[in-house]
Design a protein. Structure first.
Length: 158
């Protein structure tokens, strides 16, 4: 089961300006697919391993860096889902849908949120990744369409 705070969908549109109008439908699908990505991570044992690694981390920054990799992997997995749905249903993606997902990823990047709320960016406190990283990993999943492409833990560059 996936539990969603549907108020977050409204916040994406109004507070974060991550989408507008019809584009918000695809944004919602991207967010749901991201959460489903966490379920895939759980099934693969990734979340358990990362949790253990976080408990052994020598600093909060190190634990946060692991969490960023988890979140970017979920973004990538959401891109894989879009890729596969598009192959099954050629009209699944409408013009502007990918741009809507990228706009949302950018709007909810840690750097964007910190800049808006604190007026400064503190990378060591990131838990979801920067706007650029979130967009990049969604696109890796979307373009490559494989779970294997989403190994953020082996990536040199996030």
């Amino acid at each position: 089961q996936i539990f969603l705070d549907t108020a977050f969908f409204r916040e994406i549109e109004t507070r974060f300006r991550g989408c507008s109008g019809k584009a918000c439908q695809f944004t919602q699908a991207y967010i749901i697919a991201h959460e489903a990505g966490h379920h895939v991570q759980n099934l693969l044992g990734i979340l358990t391993r990362v949790n253990q690694m976080q408990q052994q981390a020598s600093s909060r920054a190190e634990a946060n860096a692991l969490q960023v990799r988890v979140e970017l992997q979920a973004d990538c997995l959401s891109g894989v889902w879009v890729n596969r749905e598009q192959k099954k249903r050629p009209n699944f993606i409408e013009p502007g849908d990918i741009d809507a997902a990228l706009q949302t990823a950018s709007a909810i990047g840690d750097d964007t949120l910190q800049r808006k709320t604190q007026g400064r960016v503190v990378p060591d406190s990131f838990t979801h990744g920067s706007a650029e990283q979130r967009k990049r990993w969604f696109m890796i999943g979307y373009q490559q369409g494989t779970v294997q492409a989403c190994n953020t833990f082996a990536a040199q560059r996030l």
